[in-house]
Design a protein around this ligand. Structure first.
Ligand SMILES: [Zn+2]
Length: 260
């Protein structure tokens, strides 16, 4: 995986309730800055996107206050990636800020955990507390993509491509998964929202939004066991990541690999 590059791309940010990220941490400030990222892995076979962000239009449709910075296709263009070349989108889960149904990548297949697909067509999704983080239009879209044969349904921990594997955690949602990337420096893990901030890892605090507390706690151990080091744990929404990695274009950070 010598020539592999890993990028973090930032769609924008908002002040989110800290209880979304930090379970029962009553001493945390009421709100914390939450950055909305997605990731892109580029090697000789072509780009793979992990989560896909969302458009400014989705935010308007959902009426979510947000400081929007750039559309995902534009962020990728800044590092020379054409959306038509993206061959796969691996979704850590289906919450609106990770997948909102836009057809950014006309040729990509979508990789989703079976437990997440099952959950979003389960009657539970119609309880507000359980369904509120999903964009309904996006769920219709993923079901349609599935019926069209464009969703690869994953069951647990699997190799998806050489050097790219799923790591099921559950916790944050029934089908939440990490994505493990083998690199020269060891494994990196894109955690999704089961680890929204570095504080979760440092202080063993499970994510605030979850469907299973035990899974959310165990996910912290799982991620730590798979990642080569703290720098190789890529958290869901932490602004600290922007300080850790060099910015190579507006809104784009290079996690690993040389410049093309
Ligand atoms: Zn989420």
């Amino acid at each position: 995986m010598k020539s592999r590059r890993i990028y973090m791309l930032k769609v924008g940010e908002r002040e989110a309730p800290s209880i979304n990220h930090l379970y029962l941490e009553e001493n945390a400030p009421a709100r914390l800055l939450a950055c909305m990222y997605f990731w892109c892995v580029v090697d000789e076979k072509g780009p793979v996107v992990i989560d896909q962000g969302f458009s400014a239009q989705t935010l308007k449709d959902l009426n979510i206050p947000f400081r929007f910075e750039a559309e995902p296709p534009e962020l990728l263009r800044r590092i020379g990636i054409d959306v038509k070349d993206v061959r796969a989108v691996i979704l850590t889960h289906l919450h609106w800020d990770h997948y909102s149904g836009e057809e950014f990548f006309p040729r990509a297949n979508y990789f989703v955990q079976q437990r997440e697909m099952a959950y979003v067509v389960n009657p539970l999704i119609n309880y507000r507390a359980l369904g509120r983080f999903y964009n309904r239009a996006a769920l219709e879209k993923i079901v349609r993509l599935h019926l069209a044969g464009r969703v690869v349904v994953i069951d647990g921990d699997q190799q998806l491509f050489p050097g790219i594997s799923s790591l099921w955690t559950g916790g944050h949602s029934p089908g939440s998964q990490g994505v493990v990337l083998e690199t020269e420096k060891g494994s990196a893990v894109i955690c999704g929202d089961v680890v929204p901030r570095y504080q979760n890892i440092r202080e063993d605090i499970p994510c605030g939004i979850h469907t299973n507390t035990i899974e959310a706690v165990q996910a912290l151990e799982k991620v730590k066991a798979r990642a080569g080091s703290m720098d190789r744990i890529l958290t869901g929404h932490d602004p600290e990541a922007m300080q850790k990695y060099p910015r190579v274009a507006e809104g784009v950070y290079l996690i690993e690999g040389g410049l093309p």
